[in-house]
Design a binder for this molecule. Structure first.
Ligand SMILES: [Zn+2]
Length: 106
């Protein structure tokens, strides 16, 4: 069994290069590279803006709590959503590839 070349911990199956945990973050990197604006990274924590949902939708993110983000960069935007999913803390070994891109205002 190979060990993941990124984190040095996870086991890699088949002909993959990275473990499951690192693959999870590479999908975020690739989505952002393809132009996705759904990922908000604030103080090293990643959140996903999901499509708008009804407040009584059992799968609404964070129980329907309203989040307000301000994106960083050349074209800052304020994004308000009631369907935000917690994606988790970005591992230290991905912080260069996934730097903060937003500020949580609320
Ligand atoms: Zn890994």
């Amino acid at each position: 069994m190979k060990i993941c070349s990124k984190c040095g911990n996870g086991k890699v199956s088949g002909n993959r290069e990275y473990c499951f945990g690192c693959f999870f973050w590479y999908e975020v990197i690739e989505s952002i590279a393809r132009g996705s604006k759904r990922y908000m990274i604030c103080d090293g924590i990643c959140y996903i803006i999901a499509p708008p949902a009804e407040i009584n939708d059992p799968f609404i993110g964070s129980g329907g709590r309203t989040y307000v983000f301000s994106t960083m960069g050349e074209d800052p935007r304020v994004i308000e959503s009631r369907n935000v999913w917690y994606h988790g803390p970005v591992p230290d070994y991905f912080r260069n590839e996934l730097p903060d891109n937003a500020i949580m205002l609320y």
